[in-house]
Design a protein around this ligand. Structure first.
Ligand SMILES: [Zn+2]
Length: 586
């Protein structure tokens, strides 16, 4: 899967300078720490304190601050930074404190009471550092801090609460739920009962959603899509990854589903959005967005082992036939994290992976709901990127916040590959061939094969050429319908050919003049829409024809069943009827 990227984008060169991250592990010898920390404090303390520290350094270098005094100072500094929400700085000071505290604990001659005091301080510091780290989205490290704190004190309230919040951010709902249940024991005493109950409810809701895929956006939609978008859970429905006849690996349905059924809900590894000025948007704007997007992906790779693992599973466009077929469960947020980090991921490979797998939100097979509508958005949704292109696609996607929701755009049988249209499928074969060329592949889907087989039919190309030269759309429709009878074209294949000159059908059904002339000689709009939807899935242009037809009909109550079914194919079963009607404006 490829997104349109500005040309001459020398990503390799621009990015390398920004992505070298140095990780220095600090030695833990107390004397080293004390010196280091004094310097650090000298830099971050207030002016008044700075003078005091330096004066002290001058006269009593040796007995200077005892470890205890230093710890005191570090602790209040760290707390202050935490309260000021200066997360990065607070992590630094807590790290100094924790190092010092640990070295004190391991010193042999500690009294029992002193030791337990130190352990208490350590536990709290670890929980606080976890909080600050999670604010920096450094979830792996934050989680490790919580676990370390809980090893010291298994029911430490702050550590448990923080762990639960992190697990929730990582979409590990059932683990978060367990964690909040444990937190509940001490919630009353710490005056946080309401907070904990809130998290508990949220985890329950999301855990249920992640098992069932039963998400409902009705209220949000009926409220005019205002406010924060609803909380969504990641979900993997009846799908699996297998070798694809189209290209490399693909996503397949494992059971029969009807239009609108959810296949998956996935949160982006990273997204970047912006406003592009006009149609011929400035190349620089796109370049900056891409650069930011890649930076975000790199940050996530550096912070999260799971991101690194998931990205390494994705295709880089090479050796498509030899790549491993991963189990779909690797994409579940609660899947066991791989501890090894041997996956080879250099910058060049990451860029190829992003090139092949990133998606733009505003695409022919997508709907963007909420505040991101109208923005140019690019993102990486790991599991969704296994979905290949077809000119008779059976899936569409809805973007809500950072989530992608993929659903069936028509009924899909078990074992069928799930496909999107990467480009407009309501075009004749030749036009589609041009499009697929710009995407860097040659489409061999069933519809393309069928239409290639039909290309010897003179009448077909005459109709297409005629349309380009501006012949009467009704005439083109009439001629195609008559010829299909002659050629004995049946079932889905009829839908394929109709989809190829769909614009002529839409123009005819939408024009009173053309309908007066051709209406009685061509099939009814509903029948044609049905056959095209069966062949290429739901699309709003077909829905428009249906709805306009209904509005124009004078026969009492309009028949809503068809548009509702099409609407489900368009938006998925995310919404109850009333909300769907409001989305479709009917
Ligand atoms: Zn095709």
């Amino acid at each position: 899967m490829t997104v349109t990227k500005p040309p001459n984008l020398n990503l390799n060169a621009t990015l390398k300078e920004n992505t070298t991250t140095e990780v220095t592990k600090k030695p833990k010898s107390p004397s080293f720490l004390v010196t280091k920390i004094s310097i650090f404090l000298g830099l971050t303390l207030t002016h008044h304190q700075k003078i005091r520290t330096s004066n002290m350094r001058e006269d009593e270098q040796q007995q200077l601050q005892t470890a205890e005094e230093l710890m005191q100072q570090l602790r209040s500094k760290a707390t202050e930074l935490l309260l000021r929400e200066e997360w990065k700085e607070s992590v630094q000071v807590y790290t100094q404190f924790i190092g010092l505290c640990q070295s004190q604990i391991t010193e042999t001659k500690q009294e029992a009471s002193q030791l337990s005091k130190l352990k208490k301080s350590l536990c709290l510091a670890l929980s606080n550092r976890a909080e600050a780290r999670s604010r920096l989205r450094d979830f792996d490290d934050a989680l490790r801090d919580c676990e370390q704190a809980l090893k010291i004190e298994s029911s430490h309230f702050k550590a448990l609460l923080c762990k639960g919040k992190i697990l929730l951010s990582l979409n590990r709902y059932s683990m978060a739920l367990d964690c909040f249940k444990e937190t509940l024991v001490d919630a009353q005493a710490s005056g946080s009962l309401e907070t904990v109950n809130g998290f508990l409810e949220k985890s329950k809701k999301l855990e249920y959603q992640s098992r069932t895929g039963a998400l409902d956006l009705s209220d949000w939609i009926l409220n005019g899509l205002r406010g924060k978008c609803p909380e969504l859970a990641e979900y993997i429905g009846a799908v699996q990854i297998s070798k694809s006849e189209i290209s490399g690996r693909g996503l397949f349905a494992t059971k029969n589903v009807e239009a609108g059924t959810l296949f998956l809900v996935t949160k982006a590894i990273a997204t970047e959005r912006g406003i592009l000025s006009g149609e011929n948007s400035n190349e620089n704007e796109q370049l900056v967005m891409w650069k930011n997007f890649i930076d975000k992906v790199m940050e996530s790779i550096s912070k999260r082992q799971r991101t690194r693992h998931l990205i390494s599973i994705l295709s880089s466009g090479d050796n498509e036939d030899e790549v491993e077929v991963p189990d779909v469960s690797a994409f579940r947020p609660e899947a066991e994290e791989r501890r090894s980090s041997n996956e080879k991921l250099d910058m060049g490979k990451i860029l190829s992976i992003l090139d092949v797998n990133s998606l733009v939100e505003d695409a022919i097979s997508a709907k963007v709901l909420g505040k991101n509508k109208g923005l140019y958005g690019v993102g990486l949704w790991a599991l969704a990127s296994f979905i290949n292109h077809s000119c008779s696609p059976n899936a569409r996607r809805v973007h809500v916040g950072d989530y992608i929701i993929v659903h069936a755009s028509r009924d899909v049988k078990a074992g069928k590959e799930i496909t999107f249209a990467y480009f407009d499928m309501l075009l004749p074969l030749e036009k589609r061939k041009e499009m697929s060329k710009t995407w860097g592949f040659h489409c061999k889907c069933k519809r393309c094969k069928f239409e290639e087989g039909m290309s010897s039919k003179q009448e077909l190309s005459e109709i297409e050429i005629g349309l380009e030269r501006g012949i009467d759309a009704g005439n083109a429709v009439f001629r195609l319908e008559e010829n299909m009878k002659r050629w004995i074209v049946r079932g889905k294949e009829k839908g394929y050919l109709r989809a190829s000159i769909w614009s002529a059908y839409a123009e005819t059904y939408g024009s009173e003049r053309l309908m007066k002339r051709w209406g009685k000689r061509i099939p009814a709009a509903e029948a044609v829409v049905d056959s095209v939807v069966e062949a290429v899935g739901s699309d709003e242009r077909m829905l428009k024809v249906l709805i306009e037809g209904l509005k124009g009909s004078s026969c009492g109550m309009p028949e809503m069943e068809r548009p509702i079914k099409l609407g489900k194919g368009l938006y998925g079963k995310l919404v109850k009827k009333q909300a769907l009607k409001s989305l479709l404006e009917i």
